[in-house]
Design a protein around this ligand. Structure first.
Ligand SMILES: [Zn+2]
Ligand SMILES: [Zn+2]
Length: 97
């Protein structure tokens, strides 16, 4: 049966007309070469693009998030100080006039 032959061919989970060349080590779905990222080298099991982005994105977001909070905290403090100075300066300036 031709239906059986078609069922044996594994298609990419994203590109239904592409044959899968590998399986994502995280979500274990078949993907074509375009969808697989060998983030751990050609000898290790590949990741699909969403899983690779998630794996790298989570790490960078955590490190950036910690630094970002410190930066935004300082920025907020300086902005608040500037705003306070402006608020204090406005009545003084209007009093002078
Ligand atoms: Zn995946
Ligand atoms: Zn694909």
């Amino acid at each position: 049966m031709q239906d059986t032959a078609m069922a044996e061919t594994t298609q990419c989970d994203k590109h239904l007309f592409e044959d899968a060349t590998g399986m994502c080590r995280t979500c274990r779905r078949p993907f074509c070469a375009d969808c697989l990222v060998y983030a751990h080298g050609p000898d290790k099991a590949p990741l699909c693009v969403p899983c690779a982005l998630q794996a790298s994105g989570v790490r960078s977001t955590v490190s950036k998030g910690r630094r970002g909070r410190g930066m935004s905290g300082r920025l907020l403090a300086s902005v608040a100080a500037t705003a306070a100075t402006a608020v204090l300066a406005i009545p003084v300036l209007s009093a002078i006039h």
